[in-house]
Design a protein around this ligand. Structure first.
Ligand SMILES: [Zn+2]
Length: 124
């Protein structure tokens, strides 16, 4: 992401005070590496910033409201802890039932889908 959009995101997050100053600095250097059409996983924020999942989703929802991110869905197998790909743009596009390719567990969108965020504006 380019400095103009990073600055806007930083200001918005500062106002909402979800992250500490240090966490905000780490998050900004992380965001710099993301480009349009790449996916930001909530788990990455949780790990890198050492925050709760509720904090991570709050941050990502703010960026969604700014039209920087949009919500996508991916199936996740909780049995073998892997993402199944492909990524779906809306929940309704997900297949009703799929088997995990690694362990054959039956995956259902309502139980096994994870919300991920696609970068739709990076300042370009
Ligand atoms: Zn599996």
């Amino acid at each position: 992401m380019l400095p103009n959009i990073l600055l806007k995101v930083e200001k918005a997050l500062e106002e909402k005070a979800i992250l500490s100053k240090d966490q905000l600095i780490i998050f900004m250097s992380l965001l710099k590496r993301y480009k349009k059409n790449e996916w930001l996983y909530p788990g990455v924020l949780i790990r890198k910033l050492d925050i709760t999942s509720s904090q991570a989703y709050k941050v990502l929802e703010i960026m969604k409201e700014m039209d920087v991110l949009e919500v996508n869905y991916e199936l996740y197998c909780h049995n073998c802890n892997t993402f199944e790909g492909p990524i779906y743009e809306t929940f309704s596009l997900m297949p009703n039932e799929v088997e995990c390719e690694s362990c054959d567990t039956e995956l259902k969108p309502l139980i096994n889908s994870i919300v991920i965020y696609k970068v739709i504006f990076d300042g370009e």
